[in-house]
Design a protein around this ligand. Structure first.
Ligand SMILES: Nc1ncnc2c1ncn2[C@@H]1O[C@H](COP(=O)(O)OP(=O)(O)OP(=O)(O)O)[C@@H](O)[C@H]1O
Ligand SMILES: [Mg+2]
Length: 501
């Protein structure tokens, strides 16, 4: 009895690993078995496949049906193996011609009535299929997502019946089209709503220009959350390559709807009750965490010290390397995680440390305790720290509206263009050598002196240069001057407590 075969994929992060579904029907006691390191969802495929075939008026032959997922040493997870298993079984039963399946990989979940439901990872699977010269058979609703892979044949079917009709030449499925990449205007509230707070706005502009990490510290109601929510309106569009990277992560997380892919950088603001798995990824399926969903965009952590400590510490490694590695029993899974971290916090629990009449009786100890929840290495990764004082209600009512988001976004875009032309990356990724090469000797000696006085780590020293580079870029200056460096140093976080008092 010959073996029917169909290609499909397992996933490791956003990478696809080719898997072949092999089905053999042989004489013996009636049985339907799946082997090849299946997890629970894959093992349950048997029941869904059996039910879907029954729904079509077909039943499994009263023989021994063996399904092997090769290679056997990769863990097979998820429900997307239903469809390739069902199709390979149908080929083994000679319901669909085997040669029709030879040029395809397939992915999809089956409902008991034979409907093909959406699964995560269609975009990487379509790219994986294209790279191997195959077409893709996928759920009907996800045809447009698969179509982003370009010139590949896609069979997107709503249910198994339509798919069989197509494969046996009785009906033709229309090829899906990827929706146009819409030129979206940066959505969200406008920066001009924020009255005053000039230095905080300046810090945010610099952070946006070079993708630097930003920490906003201030009492309740000083406008920290309000300001951070306006950061997306200052950021330029993603390049097509970046948009693809972002979409691959979203696809693996099952978050792409109707094949819509955005050219806007992601902005993720998880609640402070988020667990470590939610923040950096993990859990039973090693799903991407918020830091990976924010890849090439902003991860905003409001009420920063309120996050669970292990979750915060787990951010350290990806913040430095730009990738997030999740350890699992059998293997490591890696997701991209190059983010701009923006954090907001009160200086202490009551929030009024430093505001004499309103300070609680425990100041300044309460502040030290509260800020102590953030480790030194974590604070060392913050490029710009700004203390925000609330603006008095009288001023709030009378102050004129400030500059609007598009005006600031234009300066940010110009500064980004300079960075792209110079090094092909953003300043947040520049190396110290690249930076010192174009630094005024005055600025260099200022930085060296300040490094001693402020007790900067080598990381802090490099980060100051990166910020100074962005300040120079905003000024359209090819060289980092003393004034640029002085401004960068002024935004450097100092020993907790000092910066806020
Ligand atoms: N500079 C400002 N210009 C205009 N409105 C402001 C400003 N600062 C604060 N507000 C008003 O105060 C509200 C509260 O601000 P926001 O929520 O950003 O404060 P916060 O600093 O995040 O406080 P908390 O520490 O309590 O989270 C805003 O929604 C806005 O209406
Ligand atoms: Mg807030």
């Amino acid at each position: 009895m010959s073996i029917a075969r169909l290609a499909t994929f397992a996933f490791s992060g956003i990478e696809t690993l080719p898997v072949e579904v092999q089905v053999q029907i042989s004489a013996g006691l009636p049985a339907f078995m799946v082997v090849g390191l299946p997890d629970k969802a894959v093992a349950e495929s048997r029941e869904r496949v059996r039910a879907a075939l029954t729904g079509l008026g077909l039943s499994l032959p009263p023989k021994r049906v063996l399904v092997n997922l090769a290679p056997a040493d990769i863990q097979k997870e998820g429900s997307h193996f239903d469809l390739p298993i069902a199709l390979a079984v149908l080929a083994a039963m000679d319901v669909v011609p085997r040669e029709e399946l030879a040029g395809f990989a397939a992915l999809g979940e089956l409902a008991l009535d034979g409907a093909i439901g959406p699964v995560a990872g269609i975009l990487p699977a379509a790219l994986g299929a294209a790279a191997r010269g195959l077409g893709l058979i996928c759920p009907g609703a996800q045809g447009p997502e698969a179509a982003w892979a370009g010139e590949i044949e896609i069979l997107a079917a709503g249910d198994l019946r339509q798919l069989i009709a197509h494969l046996t030449g009785r009906q033709v499925l229309a090829p899906p089209a990827a929706p146009a990449l819409q030129a979206e205007a940066p959505g969200g509230p406008c920066l001009s709503d924020v009255k005053g707070q000039e230095s905080a706005k300046r810090a945010m502009e610099i952070a946006a220009a070079g993708q630097h990490n930003l920490l906003l510290i201030g009492p309740p109601g000083s406008g920290k959350s309000m300001l951070a929510a306006r950061l997306p309106t200052l950021l330029p569009d993603l390049t097509p390559r970046e948009a693809l990277e972002v979409s691959l992560v979203r696809s693996v997380a099952g978050l792409i709807e109707h094949g819509r892919i955005s050219s806007r950088p992601p902005f993720r603001d998880p609640h402070h009750s988020a667990s470590q798995a939610a923040l950096v990824g993990g859990g039973p399926r090693a799903k991407p965490g918020e830091i990976s969903l924010a890849h090439r965009g902003v991860l905003f952590l409001d009420e920063w010290p309120e996050f669970p400590r292990p979750a915060l510490e787990a951010l350290r490694q990806p913040m430095e390397s730009g990738v997030c590695t999740i350890s699992r029993a059998a293997a490591h899974v890696t997701y991209p995680a190059r983010v701009q971290l923006v954090a907001a916090m009160n200086p202490c629990r009551c929030g009024h440390l430093g505001d004499q009449p309103r300070e609680c009786g425990q100041a300044p100890r309460c502040g030290e305790q509260y800020q102590g929840r953030l480790s030194g290495p974590l604070l060392d990764r913050m490029d710009l720290t700004i203390g925000m004082a609330p603006i008095p209600p009288s001023e709030l009512a009378r102050a004129p509206r400030g500059e609007n988001s598009p005006a600031v976004a234009r300066r940010v875009a110009q500064a980004r263009a300079l960075q792209r032309d110079r090094s092909g990356t953003v300043n947040a990724e520049a190396t110290l050598e690249e930076l010192t090469g174009r630094t005024d000797p005055d600025a260099l000696s200022l930085a060296e002196r300040a490094a001693v006085q402020l007790g900067l780590s080598s990381r802090g020293f490099t980060r100051c240069f990166r910020v100074a580079r962005s300040i120079a870029d905003l000024a359209g200056d090819e060289v980092i001057r003393r004034a640029h460096m002085a401004e960068a140093l002024a935004f450097r976080h100092r020993v907790p407590g000092q910066a806020m008092r």
